[in-house]
Design a protein around this ligand. Structure first.
Ligand SMILES: NC(=O)c1ccc[n+]([C@@H]2O[C@H](COP(=O)([O-])OP(=O)(O)OC[C@H]3O[C@@H](n4cnc5c(N)ncnc54)[C@H](O)[C@@H]3O)[C@@H](O)[C@H]2O)c1
Length: 396
């Protein structure tokens, strides 16, 4: 695959993510074929792309003729054979079900040229497993866009156990050419970077709520107005969808054990009652009259450093496991979720010794794995690498 030329790309699944990725690639002058299970879904996807392009034209972000030629570069089919012929790249965006993804990868492998890269937009599933369904695991990687793909600036590029460096380089290069920032996930770890760190702060907040240390309003108020995050954790979980947060939480628990022990008492009843957040009108909050109002006057009731400390701890685990670098972790959280700062930057600014003390204090109080300091933080602090003040922490 060469990202220099106009590429032929197949997008598998034309739903929320697939149609957005198709639009993005077509604007960047690539020839795109979207595949879905029936024509009706494909036509709906084309309509959505058309409406989105019209908006871009209205806002003068692209010229009318460029929008028209982008639309003309998007083709549709229900046939893998037709879509996979002559492609340089396929990006899979079908529902988050491993068996389905494996079938898609096996089908793509049988129709695509042997040099084509096959990428998955999965949020959490194993790239290695998908690679095993093909005869080219070295050319299978994760390319995790954020929603909506045409406006979010971040893409996680994920290496499966057998993915070669060339594949990673090419996907990172393509990401940059699409005007986005790639962050590299060097190992096929569950939750990759952004969802894993987000999972850690969600869990901390859910457990704090369950222990009645704060209401959802007071925790969200503190996160938003004291912490400077764009949404409180309960509001964000509702926004993402509690079913998705629940599934990701389950996968993180399976992968990392007690450190991600889910707070079942808080989330399970909502899942059972199909109170899934914004999309069903109710979750932690009532969304029927729009975004919930988070009260300003409760901004001191939850200690935001608790969220920061578990996030910095999870960042340390990612580095300790050699899955990611501090700069990619920080970039991921700032561009993928609009955090005001990355967790490594926070720790370096605050002092890794302060973060370590906070984690130890919380661990002693609650005896939960999520607060147990990662050995990397202990090691850095013992070496005097406590952050900015010392000239070395997560960063030098
Ligand atoms: N929605 C998000 O916010 C988001 C963000 C990042 C990543 N993701 C990931 O992207 C992937 C897709 O998510 P989505 O939200 O776009 O899902 P979606 O349900 O909106 O779309 C999936 C599409 O795939 C189609 N499909 C199903 N089986 C197919 C098959 N065999 N061949 C071709 N098409 C098939 C469906 O008909 C549907 O149109 C998932 O892996 C998800 O985890 C989603």
């Amino acid at each position: 695959m060469s990202t220099e030329k106009t590429m032929k790309v197949a997008i598998i699944g034309s739903g929320s993510m697939g149609h957005g990725i198709a639009e993005l690639l077509a604007i960047a002058k690539h020839e795109v074929t979207m595949v879905d299970i029936n024509e009706e879904l494909l036509q709906k996807a084309v309509e959505k792309i058309k409406r989105s392009l019209d908006k871009f034209v209205e806002k003068r972000r692209i010229r009318k003729e460029d929008a028209e030629s982008a639309l003309a570069r998007i083709h549709t089919t229900t046939s893998y054979e037709q879509a996979g012929k002559d492609i340089d790249l396929a990006i899979e965006a079908v529902p988050e079900i491993m068996d389905l993804k494996k079938k898609v990868f096996a089908s793509l492998d049988s129709v695509a040229p042997s040099n084509a890269i096959l990428a998955s937009n999965t949020s959490t599933l194993s790239i290695t497993e998908m690679g095993k369904a093909t005869k080219r695991p070295d050319k299978v990687a994760g390319m995790h866009f954020f929603n909506p793909p045409h406006t979010m600036a971040l893409v996680e590029v994920i290496r499966g156990d057998s993915t070669n460096q060339e594949t990673i380089n090419e996907l990172a290069e393509l990401t940059k050419k699409l005007g986005k920032t790639p962050i590299i996930v060097r190992k096929d770890v569950r939750g990759f970077i952004v969802n894993r760190i987000l999972g850690s702060v969600f869990n901390e907040a859910f457990w704090a709520y369950q222990r009645k240390e704060g209401t959802k309003e007071s925790i969200d108020s503190s996160i938003k107005y004291t912490g400077g995050f764009p949404m409180g954790w309960f509001e964000l979980a509702d926004f993402v969808g509690l079913d998705i947060a629940y599934e990701v939480g389950k996968i993180l628990y399976e992968a990392y054990g007690e450190r991600f022990k889910p707070c079942s008492e808080v989330i399970d009843p909502l899942i059972r009652e199909r109170k899934l957040g914004q999309k069903t009108g109710v979750g932690f909050y009532d969304w029927t009259k729009g975004r919930p109002r988070i009260p300003f006057n409760l901004l001191d009731e939850y200690d935001v450093d608790r969220s920061w400390s578990v996030a910095a701890n999870e960042a340390a685990w990612l580095i300790y496991d050699d899955a990611a670098d501090p700069v990619d972790i920080d970039t991921g959280m700032k561009l993928g979720t609009y955090w005001p700062s990355g967790p490594c930057e926070y720790a370096d600014r605050t002092g890794l010794n302060v973060v370590l003390s906070k984690l130890k204090e919380l661990h002693a109080k609650y005896n939960m794995e999520m607060y147990k300091p990662c050995p990397l933080i202990e090691e850095y602090v013992s070496k005097g690498w406590i952050g900015k003040k010392a000239g070395r922490g997560f960063y030098q």
